[in-house]
Write a protein that binds this ligand. Sequence first.
Ligand code: 0O2
Length: 226
Amino acid sequence: MIENNVEQFTSLIPQKADLEAVFSAAEPFQRLMSYYRCAIMEVETKFRVLDVQLALEGENNPIETIKTRLKKPESILAKLQRRNLPLSLESIEQNLFDIAGVRVICSFPEDIYKLADSFIRQDDVTLIERKDYIQTPKPNGYRSLHLIVETPIFLQQEKRMMKVEVQLRTIAMDFWASLEHKLRYKKELDSHVDYEHISQKLRACADMSALLDNQMEAIRNQITGL
Ligand code: 0O2
């Protein structure tokens, strides 16, 4: 039994050769991460510009907040290992599309689609993948619109295409997802809780948050005459 556990544990540790490859690539790795940081800035600016323009057209600012994040090196390594992918920079670029993440929190569901359409229409944005978890929520109740896009960053000597994951959500969707994420983390610590029951409750909360979004949007449309 103990031997089994040791085997399971050691299988999670990267092989020495893999680690050497990762460490020897430290400088190129940092460089790649800084390119992703630049791509985040480009995409964030595009959304900020759209927000200003929509406000100029007489609508309230559709964006509440924008959060950005660069995936941590340990999460990158873990994801490559989980998927049995090569531990190399090429592999990161070719296989992982969520190294650069931009989360756009909107006031109302309709704003999400308006912003997403305007963003995707821009001629330096190429849509790679679109997952609409608002139209079709995940079984646990998770809702958001996910876009994987490719967009250029302009360096001193070259133009480089970078992939960025954009998640668009309302405040209510973000509220639910943030708490669910925290509770999921706690699940790894506690063993005495009835998680089936908790899942049902979380699903019910997700349904309530969807209802709230729809009702708030209906009120907005009544007020603005849309
Ligand atoms: P983090 O730290 O937010 O980046 P993949 O990400 O490609 O391995 P999948 O399922 O194809 O897997 O990706 P998907 O469905 O586009 O979802 C990826 C991200 O969406 C997650 O990233 C979360 O940010 C968010 N997400 C998806 N499902 C849920 C959910 O049920 N609850 C919450 N709270 N967030 C969710 P990461 O990598 O998990 O984390």
